[in-house]
Write a protein that binds this ligand. Structure first.
Ligand code: FMN
Length: 163
């Protein structure tokens, strides 16, 4: 798949087949997160890859709209140090991970972390040092669903020269 096709066909996937994702592929997906744009190149991120079924379940159950991640073979608990642009940096890296997963034929979904009441509990569960924020949880697995989401057409959102 070329880059434009990856960008245009990525959709959230919340159901996964049972088979595990090879470690090399997980590393490559995380590597794409590591290389995201980041204000003044501060790179405030840390990626905790969770595969232990018990840990998958206990983290998933603290969330509100992310309980399905317990059934992914793996998810990334994505943390950023509390720097000025941590949320912008963290969002850029999260999107890179979603796109890299898509490029590898995997499904994933951005599950909210920042601002959520469960964020600090998840930080504790994964042993994050003080001063780190949960930006997102990113399940990764071979897709067991394919959803076509309605999207606003380009003609609705593209403005030339003025709104
Ligand atoms: C900041 C953010 C937080 C999100 N949180 C959740 C979440 O907690 N649970 C979930 O199932 N999806 C979550 N999503 C995924 C969105 O629901 C999804 O991107 C949106 O419905 C558009 O669908 P698409 O990703 O298939 O294009 C989140 C997305 C973003 C950007």
């Amino acid at each position: 798949m070329d880059a434009i096709e990856v960008l245009k066909t990525r959709r959230s996937v919340r159901a996964y087949r049972g088979e595990p994702v090879p470690r090399k592929i997980i590393e490559d997906v995380v590597d794409c997160g590591r290389l995201a744009a980041t204000a003044i190149n501060i790179q405030p991120w840390e990626f905790v890859v969770v595969t232990d079924p018990e840990a998958l379940r206990s983290i998933a159950k603290t969330t509100d709209y992310g309980k399905f991640i317990a059934y992914a073979p793996v998810f990334v608990v994505f943390l950023c140090e509390d720097t000025k642009y941590y949320l912008e940096d963290g969002s850029a890296a999260t999107e890179n991970i979603l796109l890299a997963a898509r490029a590898h034929g995997l499904g994933s979904c951005w599950v909210a972390g920042d601002k959520k009441p469960y964020a600090s509990q998840i930080c504790r569960l994964v042993g994050a040092p003080q001063g780190y924020k949960l930006v997102s949880l990113i399940p990764i697995g071979y897709p067991a669903e394919s959803l076509e989401k309605p999207k606003r057409p380009l003609s609705d959102v593209l403005h030339w020269d003025k709104y």
